[in-house]
Design a protein around this ligand. Structure first.
Ligand code: NAD
Ligand code: DAU
Length: 334
């Protein structure tokens, strides 16, 4: 396939691009604004390949989107482009509204104009928090943060383009991803890097919130599977095989890095913190996808990757991220 992958310079987008180039022989053009989270370093192992091209631009810019499509003539648009950190959405929601509402609208209009298939990458957070049981695709949408509310709005807009204009659009909603190339504002890479540097490990509240962990290669494969086999107009959930409370994840990272339990510091809880996410993946499993990486193995591989790839995280940890960290946690990194 020829694909336009929006937001492909981020964590999961670049994992998806690598998989499509290596395992499927696709031609891929990435359109990405390169926000703080988007990095050309994520293309380091395929940047020069003929089947790959990169265009810098924002999804909310119709000229950038039209130019990228005219340049690569894709069969489908896969949209990863998003502001993705819940804490940043609580502090400064503006960019979330712009990218998720306006950006998704511009991409949908372009898909309609050029007659393209469209896949929206979405999140389990659109369903809100669930104390018991598991969310299916027909669970009510009850987002609780500006991040998840704007992602939900984007999903509804995508569905409206299927119902109104018969745009062949699908949505794939994932649970919490982890793996190489994840920006260190998120729980797992933040804890790994702080553990390795002897910094405090800031656990929000009691740390008993549960997340349903999926390795980024498994979520990328689910997205590819839905793109190839999903029914237009449908939503497919892709949840990981394991659920863990945050404290268990942090303790496991301490073991894997040789850090100390005394580094754990319980800090002020996230406002409106969702207690538990859990996603049923029966519908996408029925299409033939299943997750391959168990959390225990994936986490130790991820710790090893961060240990071995300081070239990737050193510029981040010594740049703007330090200022973000001080604003968010009220203390400096070592
Ligand atoms: P990320 O923050 O690592 O990357 C986001 C990418 O989007 C970056 O490359 C950034 O530069 C780009 N981007 C942001 N705004 C843009 C804009 N206006 N125009 C063009 N590019 C823009 O995010 P991620 O964790 O890789 O998440 C990718 C997608 O997967 C998002 O849609 C997110 O909602 C969804 N998702 C993430 C997770 C998770 O646990 N990380 C789970 C489920 C779903
Ligand atoms: O569920 C899918 C979502 O997972 C994605 O849609 C989001 O883009 C992604 O950021 C992620 O959201 P979370 O809020 O669940 O992830 P985060 O890594 O920010 O936090 C995971 C849990 O860890 C959550 O309960 C909050 C807690 N936490 C997080 C940080 C950054 C801490 O206790 N301390 C921290 O410093």
């Amino acid at each position: 396939m020829r694909l336009l992958v929006c937001g492909g310079a981020g964590f999961i987008g670049s994992t998806f691009v690598r998989q499509r180039l290596r395992e499927h022989g696709d031609e891929v053009t990435v359109l990405d604004k390169l926000t703080y989270a988007g990095r050309e370093e994520n293309f380091h192992d395929f940047a020069g390949e003929e089947a790959f091209a990169f265009v810098r631009g924002a999804i909310e810019d119709p000229e950038a989107v039209g130019g990228a499509i005219a340049g690569c003539r894709p069969e489908a648009i896969v949209n990863f482009a998003a502001e993705t950190h819940v804490d940043r959405s609580i502090a400064e929601p503006d960019a979330f509204v712009k990218t998720h509402a306006l950006g998704t609208h511009v991409l949908l209009e372009a898909a309609r104009e050029w007659g393209l298939r469209y896949l929206q990458v979405s999140t389990d957070e659109v369903y809100g928090s669930i104390e018991e049981g598991t969310f299916t695709e027909s669970s009510p949408l009850r987002p609780s943060s500006p991040y998840s509310a704007t992602k939900t709005g984007a999903d509804l807009l995508v569905q409206s383009y299927f119902h109104t204009y018969e745009l062949p659009a699908v949505i794939c909603r994932g649970s919490n991803n982890y793996g190489p190339y994840q920006y260190p504002e998120k729980l797992i890479p933040l804890m790994i890097l702080n553990a390795l540097h002897g910094d405090p490990l800031p656990v929000y509240g009691d740390g008993m919130q549960v997340r349903n962990w999926i390795h980024s290669t498994d979520f990328a494969a689910a997205i590819g599977h839905v793109l190839e086999h999903g029914q237009p107009g449908e939503v497919y959930n892709a949840g990981g095989p394991d659920e863990e409370p945050n404290m268990t994840v942090v303790r496991r990272i301490i073991e894997l890095t040789g850090a100390s339990e005394s580094q754990i510091e319980h800090v002020t809880d996230r406002p409106g913190h969702d207690v538990r996410y859990s996603l049923s993946s029966e519908k996408v499993r029925a299409l033939g996808w299943e997750p391959k990486v168990r959390f225990e193995d994936g986490l130790s591989q991820t710790v090893a990757w961060y240990r071995e790839n300081a070239w990737w995280w050193e510029p981040v940890r010594s740049g703007d991220y330090r200022e973000y960290y001080e604003r968010q946690y009220g203390r400096a990194l070592s």
